[in-house]
Design a protein around this ligand. Structure first.
Ligand code: FES
Ligand code: FES
Length: 157
């Protein structure tokens, strides 16, 4: 299949990738751009591990063809914060022990970011509803929900 150039803005930087028409955004992020923070879980849209933000909305990168992303703005967990300047969500996930194996964590963080951008003061129920597409087998969700609540407080000042 013929490859095509696609221009994307990833974590604030213009990038160009040369992709086959059937290549998944998830694989392009990991294999072409080296952004390994986005995880490959189920590969069929069920676990949420591959969640990224596309123009600020949480989306499953295993369900998106890279060729459809021309000109779109994509945020992966690498764009959320870094070691010296963690995003409040990253800080609170650490502080609350909301990370165990960590496989779901990138997706959780980006879904939670989309939630807090949309609703800065969510109830516990709002958080559980919003995160329902992100499966975690390790933490039982209680610590994750607490971490999102704590980050919400910090972000509201
Ligand atoms: S890897 Fe995309 S939803 Fe599981
Ligand atoms: S921390 Fe392991 S799946 Fe969530």
């Amino acid at each position: 299949m013929d490859r095509r150039w696609v221009k994307l803005k990833v974590n604030g930087k213009e990038r160009q990738v040369y992709v086959r028409p059937n290549e998944l955004l998830l694989n392009v992020l990991r294999n072409e751009l080296g952004l390994m923070g986005t995880k490959y879980g189920c590969g069929i849209g069920e676990c949420g591990a591959c969640t990224v933000l596309v123009n600020g909305r949480a989306m499953l990168s295993c369900m998106i063809l890279a060729v459809t992303m021309e000109g779109q703005e994509i945020t992966t967990v690498e764009g959320l914060g870094d070691y010296d300047r963690l995003h409040p969500l990253q800080r609170s996930f650490l502080d609350e022990g909301a990370v165990q194996c960590g496989f779901c964590t990138s997706g959780m963080l980006l879904t939670a970011k989309a939630l807090l951008d949309e609703n800065p003061c969510p109830t516990e129920e709002d958080i559980r509803q919003y995160l329902r597409g992100n499966l975690c087998r390790c933490t039982g969700y209680t610590a994750i929900v607490k971490a999102v609540q704590e980050a919400a407080k910090v972000m509201q000042g």
